[in-house]
Design a protein around this ligand. Structure first.
Ligand code: SF4
Length: 262
């Protein structure tokens, strides 16, 4: 369970139920007011060597930009959602390229506004749209702090159209298993050989937990996909990735194997 070292928050989060809830949840943690989650002078000035220590903080604010970016992979649009950054530290994480040493976890409490925009865009469209809500963070990890994924699935179920999707490298999915998701959610679990997870994907769930999560999510009726990414060309990569695929073959349930997509 993530216990922040300090909370940096925008004053206006007090106008939101989730903002109040988080301030209360972490009332024993040192708190600092900030003007904007985008520009925390103190953090910007820190040296790169402080990267891991900075990731122990939690930044809470309000998301102001809600730009939907067209996407042509699994989804129709990438949509900024309830968090950006992450407490984990995969060495290749593209969020580090975007936010540099400020790739810490930022939470946005105006979730009603963000989800309503998705529902409106979805219902206005002639076709069934898929929205990628997890391109800026890891929502399964975030859910352990905010419960936002549970909230999102419960509040999206009545939308007349559309689907939501997100990738994850975490296995803490038990809160999602009994939800009435109505087949509107596609969860993609990212996997890599255990040796690569240990050496490169610091702070994420182990392979065993991720495979167990895939089986559980499928049993709970979710559409589940598997990402083998990024493939890292270490010595023995062919052997490691062959072992990974054999392990998936052995440990995934028959139900998953019926229709999982890669
Ligand atoms: S889990 Fe995802 S968001 Fe977090 S550091 Fe790794 S790649 Fe980045």
């Amino acid at each position: 369970m993530f216990k922040p070292k300090a909370i940096y928050f925008e004053e206006d989060i007090k106008n939101y139920a989730l903002g109040k809830e988080l301030l209360n949840k972490y009332k024993d943690v040192p708190m600092y007011k900030i003007q904007s989650h985008n520009n925390i002078e103190e953090m910007r000035k820190k040296s790169n060597a402080d990267f891991m220590d900075m990731k122990r903080n939690l930044i809470i604010g309000i998301r102001k930009t809600h730009k939907f970016v067209p996407n042509h992979k699994i989804s129709d649009y990438l949509v900024p959602y309830t968090s950006s950054g992450c407490t984990a530290a995969c060495m290749y994480c593209y969020l580090v390229c975007n936010y540099n040493k400020c790739a810490y976890l930022r939470l946005f409490v105006n979730r009603e506004e963000m989800l309503n925009k998705i529902i409106q865009a979805s219902e206005k469209s002639d076709k069934e749209l898929v929205f990628e809500i997890g391109s800026n963070s890891d929502l399964v990890l975030e859910n352990t702090i905010t419960n936002n994924l549970v909230w999102t699935i419960e509040n999206f179920k009545n939308a007349s159209k559309g689907k939501l999707t997100f990738p994850t490298k975490f296995g803490m999915v038990s809160d999602l298993l009994n939800l009435d998701h109505r087949n509107k959610i596609i969860i993609r679990i990212s996997v890599n050989p255990e040796e690569i997870i240990n050496k490169v994907e610091f702070g994420t769930s182990r392979l065993k937990e991720r495979i167990e999560a895939i089986n559980k999510l499928k049993d709970a009726g979710y559409d589940v996909g598997i990402l083998i990414a990024p493939v890292i060309f270490v010595d023995r990569w062919k052997e490691l990735y062959t072992d990974l695929i054999q392990r998936l073959q052995k440990d995934l349930s028959n139900k998953v194997k019926e229709d999982v997509f890669f």
